[in-house]
Ligand binder design. Sequence first.
Ligand code: ADP
Ligand code: MG
Length: 238
Amino acid sequence: MAEICLRGVRKVFGGVSVIKGVDLTIADGAFCVFVGPSGCGKSTLLRLIAGLEDINDGSLSIGGADMTRVDPSDRGVAMVFQSYALYPHMTVRDNIGFGLKMTGHPASLIEERTRNAARMLRLDPLLDRKPAQLSGGQRQRVAIGRAIVREPEVFLFDEPLSNLDAALRVQMRTELLALHQDLKATMIYVTHDQVEAMTMADTIVVLSAGCVEQIGAPLDLYHRPRNLFVAGFIGSPT
Ligand code: ADP
Ligand code: MG
């Protein structure tokens, strides 16, 4: 069970309140999309859940366990970034297994998990290549592979497809949803793209200026937006 629960979460940067008391419950196994305009705090909220930033006020629990002050590596959470920072001198195989190697896992386990992830992501024939020999979509898959081998309960994606061209973006959306089905993990996916939110999410969280405007299923938000901001952002008829 990896329900994610935020209570009164606040984050201040240099005296400016960026996350303003967020209450949010994300169900175990959800594919939850955070959507909202640039600068509204989507990435910050994700980084607070991952533990890459400290929460100033409030609390966070994952799977019922308090994670508010827990180290990022002990949260059972893996984050996939938009700039897929792969190690250029390492093969795909070594890039995928690197995190496990650093945490002292045995070579046989690393090899097995790397092979499984590669199969899932259709990277099997590319395991001996270096990142420079890969397409953008393949590189993004390697970045996802790095997260998969850690077997997290929660995956956090921060605009993972925004560097890809439109056709590849559509294909990767389908692949990510298939992966969600296979892994049965809780996934949070950040985007500023309303279409992506409407087509991928089972739950959408609409954010504006550090606050949750509304949370619900895509069609709920579309047909019953709480206010004009949500209506405008989701594209509801008004
Ligand atoms: P989004 O991902 O929705 O575009 P962010 O979470 O990146 O928004 O940023 C929300 C606000 O917090 C912005 O005004 C941004 O400038 C500010 N911010 C984010 N990170 C920092 C930081 N490390 N230091 C100071 N301000 C920050
Ligand atoms: Mg962002």
